[in-house]
Design a protein around this ligand. Sequence first.
Ligand code: UDP
Length: 253
Amino acid sequence: MSEQSLQGDPASPSVGRWRRVVLKISGEALASAASDETIDAATVGRLAKEIATSCSELGTEMAVVVGGGNIWRGTTGAGEGMDRAASDTMGMLGTVINALALQDALERAGQPTRVLSAVQMAQVCEPYIRRRALRHLEKGRVVILAAGMGSPYFTTDTPAALRAAEIEAEVIMKGTHSGVDGVYSADPRVEPDAVRYERIGFMDVISQDLRVMDMTAIAFCRDNQIPILVFDIMQPGNVRAALAGEQIGTLIS
Ligand code: UDP
């Protein structure tokens, strides 16, 4: 990652700082504390509008990796004695449900999309094929990546990192939904004196065991020099600010 591409083109202020991004959205960011629904239509609609408007105004190419934690996590079933691979497969299928909800909301907001799944589901969406993903991005479609890696024993953080490398995204944007708006020296919900870092190195995140993303994903991003922006995705306006390269959240690089 050259410093040039990190900073974008200052002569074109209307072009977002980041040209191509992977946005990682946890399943729980599609739910709402205010409703019992697994997927809250108002929450998904708000997020979709913000993504659609920001990508079109800033010219950003975006692939979204959706999680499935609002529906099922492999560790939940495994903790109760289920076969881990079967339980993880249920989790992957949950991400497809979320992907379809996000697709619907994005298209209603006027944003063309394609869902590409790592588990083939020919009647529902396209299979993940790297070159096809690139073509969709070039055509201005938001690519929604479902079913993670297609393999058990991972969470969706790791496919977010892998796909970012494959499609040559400049950054992974990890949207948080817990009210914690970046990487802190300690959990700010437990320790009020914790400080938020504006920038932090991969090695510090690893050595201090700061749990912002799965360590497999962090190590992959370090090895492949893919920066990660951690920011609060539930705060209206933050998706645009993140894409525009404004100083929000924490940049791990
Ligand atoms: N999963 C998997 N392989 C993958 C991605 C996800 O087996 O490559 C399963 C895993 O069980 C995980 C679940 O899908 O718990 C949902 O994904 P994740 O926990 O990442 O969802 P999030 O927390 O982001 O909502």
